[in-house]
Design a protein around this ligand. Structure first.
Ligand SMILES: [Fe+2]
Length: 138
């Protein structure tokens, strides 16, 4: 599939008379899923929001089966964190919290089943800087 995509890119570029640039045809960085790059941002894949990750990627604290998410982001009428979600390894949403510009902080707390072990995904959505993801293991 990736070879076909690169072939198509090369063909389009050659047909338009443009030189094929190596970065355009480069494979995505390890850990990146290219179909979500530019849609979901992480510490490793900040895309067009480079430098914004410290205030958008949720900070995760695990205490037993209690998970706390915190996004160190200002909360104002025009710019704020809209929502947190916690998702398990099968894609099931374990919980979510919607925030309002009047909330002091973007903090949410969830409980995972005590028998759950494995990957979890914490998300944080900013009304200006899109959707951020933190993967972690419990
Ligand atoms: Fe933001």
């Amino acid at each position: 599939m990736n070879n076909r995509r690169n072939f198509l890119k090369s063909g389009v570029l050659l047909a338009t008379g443009m030189a094929v640039s190596a970065p355009l045809l480069a494979k995505p960085k390890k850990g990146r899923d290219p179909k979500f790059s530019g849609v979901i941002y992480t510490d490793e894949d900040t895309g067009m929001w480079a430098g914004k990750q410290d205030h958008h990627v949720p900070v995760v604290t695990v205490e037993g089966n209690s998970i706390t998410l915190f996004t160190d982001h200002p909360m104002s009428e025009v710019h704020y964190i809209v929502r947190h979600t916690l998702v398990d390894k099968s894609g099931k949403v374990l919980g979510s919290k919607t925030f309002y510009p009047t909330d002091e902080k973007a903090v949410s707390r969830f409980t995972v089943p005590s028998e759950y072990h494995g990957k979890l995904y914490a998300t944080s959505f900013c009304n200006k800087h899109d959707f951020w993801l933190k993967e972690f293991v419990v």
